[in-house]
Design a binder for this molecule. Structure first.
Ligand code: KIV
Ligand code: ZN
Length: 386
């Protein structure tokens, strides 16, 4: 059975760029946009055009540059925002306006001092207005994670009637549990008249570390777009990490879901974004962290040297990482030392290895990590015939 494709909507340049200190200049934005297009994402959210002249210009430049992906601009449910976004997207081959409004009772009362009925009217007006500029209009129901499902279904129904092509269901505060978020998507699939005319989209924040799990539950329950960022960057604890959702779908074929992303470009894209944003990738970050394919305990090293799959579920080459690494520390055993020694030119017999290993432990107890140069030194100091 052929797999169903999940659209990957990258918002590194919009939600990701909202991170304090991560501001990008125009050439950096363009370089990242070109790379995202090459990576194979379906949609690039390039910015929030009305927010500043610089953002307007960046969205317009990205729109003109991108060859394959849909280019999207964010707006509030405000006419001026929509007009400015439409203008910024003029040169896009596939333009999309992403408009929306808060739908949780808390947003309605405190942010808008409004009522549920008035919010539906504003949502419909925004989508209808956006449709006068572009065919592809995505609607976001901000704080959908904390919005009552019955009301959310009414909002979705109304904006589909107004022409929305994609319904974004953001867990804006990262509050939902995976089962709860999945049930929300299922409820909308089953209770919104006209839902077959639109794609449901997951936009999950990571405040409780559940963004990836929630997005995956969303697609298991019928959503067909995931909004995410490279390295999971974004407001507060971040957004869903693109590399994680792409690889979850790829590593679990029984889900029958996949994306068009070329996973071999994931590592280099992660490095590019980290470099331009000045934001280091935590070493234990899944898929792209420095330790994602590094093995340091003796038991694990022995297992990986015998067969990589003993402790790795992903082939590093599939995400563009050169090779698994065997890190030499005081926890390493003879197998790891022999392996690394061979890589730098020493084929040790069993007796030689026993002797070199004694010397290695002396070194390793003094240093956090034993490097290639240290191996040469260790072998030199070991009383073996060579
Ligand atoms: O988190 C959120 O709700 C958003 C919307 C503006 C889409 O980023
Ligand atoms: Zn967001």
């Amino acid at each position: 059975m052929s797999k169903e494709l999940v659209q990957i909507f990258d918002t590194t340049l919009r939600d990701g760029e909202q991170v304090p200190g991560c501001k990008l200049d125009a050439p950096q934005k363009l370089e990242i946009a070109a790379r995202l297009d090459e990576l194979g994402v379906d949609v690039i959210e390039a910015g929030f055009p009305v927010s500043s002249p610089g953002d307007f210009k960046a969205v317009a430049q990205v729109a003109a540059l991108v060859k394959n992906a849909t280019v999207c601009g964010l707006t509030r449910s405000v006419q001026k925002d929509i007009e400015v976004a439409a203008q910024a997207l003029k040169a896009a081959k596939r333009p999309r306006i992403h408009t929306g409004i808060g739908t949780s009772d808390s947003h309605i009362k405190y942010k808008f001092n409004s009522t549920r009925e008035q919010i539906i009217e504003r949502a419909v007006a925004a989508v209808s207005y956006a449709k006068t500029f572009v065919e592809d209009v995505e609607f976001y129901a901000e704080d959908a994670g904390r919005t009552d499902n019955e009301y959310l279904a009414r909002v979705c129904e109304a904006v589909i009637k107004a022409g929305a092509t994609v319904l974004n269901i953001p867990d804006t505060t990262g509050y939902c549990l995976p089962a709860e978020y999945g049930a929300k998507i299922k409820y909308l699939k089953e209770n919104v008249t006209g839902i077959e005319k639109a794609i449901l989209s997951c936009h999950c924040h990571n405040d409780l570390g559940l963004a990836t799990a929630n997005s995956i539950e969303g697609v298991i329950n019928g959503a067909r777009q995931i909004e995410c960022t490279i390295n999971g960057i974004g407001e507060r604890a971040g957004n869903t990490s693109l590399e994680e959702v792409v690889m979850v779908l790829r590593q679990h074929p029984h889900l029958n879901l996949d994306s068009r992303v070329n996973s071999k470009l994931l590592y280099s894209t992660s490095q590019m974004v980290s470099h331009h944003m000045g934001m280091i990738v935590q070493p234990n970050k899944a898929i792209v962290g420095a330790n994602a394919f590094a093995h340091s305990s003796g038991i694990h090293q022995d297992g990986v040297i015998k067969n990589r799959e003993t402790y790795e579920i992903i082939d590093p080459a599939d995400v563009g990482v050169n090779a698994s690494s065997i890190i030499l520390t005081a926890r390493s055993g003879r197998a790891a030392l022999a392996y690394r020694a061979k890589l730098v030119g020493y084929e040790l017999t069993k007796t030689q290895l026993d002797i070199v290993y004694e010397q290695f432990l002396v070194f390793a107890d003094r240093k956090k990590e034993v490097l290639d140069d240290d191996i040469h030194e260790i072998v030199k100091l070991s009383p073996i015939d060579r």
